[in-house]
Design a protein around this ligand. Structure first.
Ligand code: EPZ
Length: 418
């Protein structure tokens, strides 16, 4: 259990560097199974989810090394194609090893993934797409056995731009005979990062960032190195921290374009935002006001992962803010906890109505999931007195030294394992 202690009332001031992207690191770590030798990854965030991915790679027979934000993986010794259930349960992204294993070994044995409880989170789109590539799939309860006697390229159309399903198809397509054309693909920047890594391995792949991606099956002839890009959701979280606490911060290594929708609503609410190509300055001086209604959507729409942290930033905004989450059916679990601080939030179906209050007060909260837990920390920055967040490791799954980063910006925030 981690205990987060936040003493509210301090405005933020200073600069910090945004961590490497969790959601780019995880599929690239799975993709190291395709490499014929040692892969070097730089700017990898220190996260529990990265630790879980490295445990899966070692369980499959790979050798891994992690020093600070450097990670190396040598998958030459991979001999297994089965991911232990205890490792699958630790995060949602474990499902991405399915496509990589099928490409590498022609088979994969795993179970349904774990991760934040944001709704049902099925993997039907993953499985349907892999079947179109010649993968035979047997399901027995939570257990899934995949085998392909001839993985082949296919024309696949996703009915919804699932990020994970897109990543699984791209990884499997690398091991397929012939061309795969994936339409209805997710357009997230993390898909572009994965494409960059696969190209470094020798893949002929193009279209990432659009809804149509084409991959030629190939045998990687060379190993590769990759620099993990900044985490856009961590950047959005820090912008919302400034909106919540007030003050002025500068983020280095952020990519403002990737969080343009978040910045749009923060600006509408009253924040001042100046951005260059790779840096961002956010300030909030007076009281915020409710922006236009926000609805989450697949990239480049407003990211569902930023919904909880924007909610935290708007708890004291004048008027009533409206946040609708169209991606997950159960991504408002932070609301009852935020109400304990004095927030006035009403949930109507998939829409949260936040009536801005003058003041928030500290209390003891329990983190419900990764981004909901971060939202509680951000709300504590704006609350009078002390807020404690009891966290069973959700926040450190996705944030690298969030308390240290906030302290560097002048906040009084400490996290410790108890
Ligand atoms: C990725 O999850 C991210 N995780 C999530 O970030 C993010 O919220 C999500 O994409 C949406 O942007 C990683 O990249 C590791 P999806 P993923 O498949 O791939 C439904 C965070 O906080 N769906 O795009 O699981 C699903 O239930 C995490 O960093 C199916 O119905 O998301 C959901 O409602 C949380 N069938 C919607 O699609 C499927 O086969 C979006 O899911 C797959 C998905």
């Amino acid at each position: 259990m981690d205990l987060w202690q936040i003493r509210g009332g301090r405005r933020l001031d200073g600069s910090c560097t945004v961590q490497g992207s969790k959601n780019a690191s995880l599929p690239i770590l799975a993709a190291t199974l395709l490499a014929p030798g040692r892969v070097e990854l730089y700017n990898v965030p220190r996260l529990r989810d990265v630790d879980a991915a490295l445990r899966i790679l070692r369980a499959l027979g790979a050798e891994t090394r992690q020093e600070g934000h450097f990670v190396s993986v040598d998958s030459c010794g991979v001999s297994a194609c089965s991911v232990p259930r205890t490792l699958m349960e630790q995060m949602r992204s474990s499902v991405i090893f399915m496509g990589a294993l099928i490409a590498r070994c022609g088979e994969a044995k795993l179970s349904l993934p774990g991760g934040c409880q944001l709704g049902r989170r099925p993997i039907d789109l993953h499985l349907d797409a892999l079947r179109q590539m010649g993968v035979e799939i047997e399901q027995d309860g939570d257990d899934i056995a995949c085998r392909s006697r001839g993985l082949h390229g296919a024309q696949i159309r996703l009915p919804f731009p699932s990020v994970g399903a897109t990543e699984n198809v791209l990884l499997a397509a690398c091991g397929a005979k012939g061309r795969t054309c994936l339409s209805g693909a997710a357009r997230e920047p993390e898909i572009v990062a994965l494409q960059g890594f696969l190209r470094a391995l020798g893949a002929e792949i193009s279209g990432a960032g659009t809804d149509c991606i084409v991959v030629e099956g190939f045998h990687p002839r060379r190993s590769a190195a990759a620099l993990i890009p900044p985490d856009r959701i961590a950047a959005a979280t820090l912008c919302c921290a400034c909106a919540s606490a007030g003050g002025e911060i500068e983020l280095n290594s952020a990519d403002p374009e990737q969080i343009s929708t978040v910045l749009y609503f923060l600006k509408q609410a009253g924040c001042d935002i100046i951005h260059a190509k790779r840096s961002l300055r956010v300030s909030r001086m007076g009281r915020l006001c409710a922006p236009e209604s926000v609805t989450t959507a697949p990239y480049p729409g407003f990211p569902t992962d930023a919904q909880p942290v924007l909610m935290a930033a708007l708890l004291r905004a004048e008027g009533t803010s409206t946040l609708r989450d169209s991606i997950f059916e159960n991504r408002f679990r932070q609301i009852p906890e935020l109400r304990r601080l004095g927030a006035d939030i009403r949930l109507e179906g998939q829409t949260a109505l936040i009536r801005g209050v003058e003041r928030l007060h500290g209390d003891v909260l329990r983190a419900t999931d990764l981004r909901g837990g971060a939202a509680m920390v951000l709300a504590g920055l704006a609350a009078e007195g002390d807020t404690l967040v009891l966290d069973e490791g959700h926040i450190t799954r996705g944030y690298d030294d969030l308390d240290g980063c906030l302290r560097a910006l002048g906040a009084d925030v400490w996290a410790e394992r108890i």
